[in-house]
Design a binder for this molecule. Structure first.
Ligand code: PMP
Length: 389
């Protein structure tokens, strides 16, 4: 590794914010854009568009081991989460979720229960970011829970949730289970049939598809009140009206197919790169702390606290590395990461945390270059802070 090497291109380590478009997805999108056709039209052009959508539906169903008919295409995971919580909460009863969910869950839960006597129950996590199952059991014992919504993988730390005991306990108490699997899909194998959750959300751009398209998967035998967010022409079995985004959906399907073909090898390769990144970073910055580092995590994610060193200053000092302070959705907001606070971090530590997320196109060279840049940036900021203290 050459500490003094000068390279101008940026190392992209922000796959959890959005992954680069896979070439297969780009090709499918361009092909679709070159054709005319509304997937609801009955003429040949419409049938061609519908064929593209059907094929993407099958590709996604293959990746998830679900039925094509269980897929509702949406504009992304935000919409899928909104749809899932509205539909399940409409069954009547309490909505239960966790303190480390994405704002697309937490804010939706707050919004749809506002003005009712039914505040959502937000379950705590421990310092590793793992859900408190005892707290879940205590809420389920009340017997009035309509839905438990827990993410499969955290977007800030990559910490994974073991859904099996949650599903078992929730179903035994008569509650439905929804999982925001946005960061998990296309990165680790997922079997919707085996998982036994009732609803699952995903977004294409996290696994190499385009932004602005995603899906809600609803188990076929789940009976839910009809609560679409968008009402109109009745597309997606009435769950999501509006002309289908044929090119986006085709891109999602192609990305799902490409991700599936490389899933196991990619997971192993990216995990090894992440582990090397962490080991080399710790060697250079020994007091840094890996959040959730003791429990199972997504392959490419590492959330690193540099005590006493503000994350925004670190990011500014390494313009050749694209990483994130907290979650991208929250960046720009002055509040510290709710995920890190829920894990027991102080506000200062939360503000000194950088998320690096690696993915399918990350190379060993990217790791080598970024580790050098990060260590150098942390050193520079520390020197500056010491000089101005
Ligand atoms: N859930 C999680 C866990 C996420 O990481 C994201 C994206 N940051 C979303 C939901 C929202 O996805 P989208 O912005 O694509 O709707």
């Amino acid at each position: 590794m050459d500490d003094d090497s000068v390279e101008t291109d940026v190392v992209y380590l922000d796959y959890n914010a959005t992954a680069p478009l896979r070439p297969e997805a780009l090709e499918a999108i361009l092909t679709a854009f070159h054709r005319v056709g509304n997937a609801s039209s009955l003429h040949q052009a419409g049938r061609d568009a519908a064929t593209r959508v059907d094929s993407a539906r099958r590709q996604l169903a293959d990746l998830l081991n679900c039925q094509p008919s269980e897929i509702i295409f949406t504009s992304g995971a935000t919409e899928a989460n909104n749809l899932a919580l509205r539909a399940t909460y409409a069954c009547g009863g309490t909505l239960v979720t966790s303190a480390v969910e994405h704002p697309a869950i937490l804010e939706t839960a707050r919004a749809i229960t506002a003005g009712t006597s039914d505040d959502p129950v937000v379950l705590p996590v421990d310092k590793d970011g793992t859900l408190d199952l005892g707290a879940l059991d205590a809420v389920l014992d009340r017997g009035d829970v309509s839905v438990v919504s827990v993410m499969l993988a955290n977007n800030e730390t990559g910490v994974l949730t073991d859904l099996a005991p949650i599903v078992k306990a929730a179903h035994a108490a008569g509650a439905l289970v929804h999982s925001d699997a946005t960061q998990f899909v296309g990165r680790l194998p997922l079997d919707f049939a085996e998982l036994e959750v009732d609803l699952l959300s995903l977004s294409a751009h996290k696994f190499g598809g385009p932004q602005g398209v995603g899906a809600l998967i609803v188990r076929r035998d789940t009976s839910l009140p009809y609560t679409p967010l968008l009402i109109g022409g009745g597309q997606e079995r009435g769950w999501r009206a509006g002309t289908l985004n044929v090119a986006g959906i085709a891109g999602l399907g192609a990305a799902a197919d490409a991700a599936q073909r490389q899933l196991k090898e990619e997971a192993v390769r990216v995990t090894a790169l992440r582990d090397a990144f962490e080991a080399e970073l710790i060697a250079r910055v020994p007091d840094c702390v890996i959040n959730g580092g003791r429990v199972a995590r997504l392959p490419g994610v590492t959330s690193v606290t540099f005590p006493g060193v503000p994350a925004d200053a670190i990011l500014a000092a390494m313009p050749d590395v694209a990483a994130s302070d907290g979650s991208a959705c929250a960046s720009g907001a002055p509040s510290p990461s709710h995920v890190l606070l829920a894990m027991g971090h102080s506000r200062d530590d939360a503000d000194s945390t950088v998320r690096f997320s690696l993915g399918y196109a990350t190379t060993r060279r990217d790791v080598e270059r970024s580790v050098v840049a990060v260590a150098r940036a942390v050193g520079r900021v520390r020197t500056l802070l010491a000089a101005t203290a």
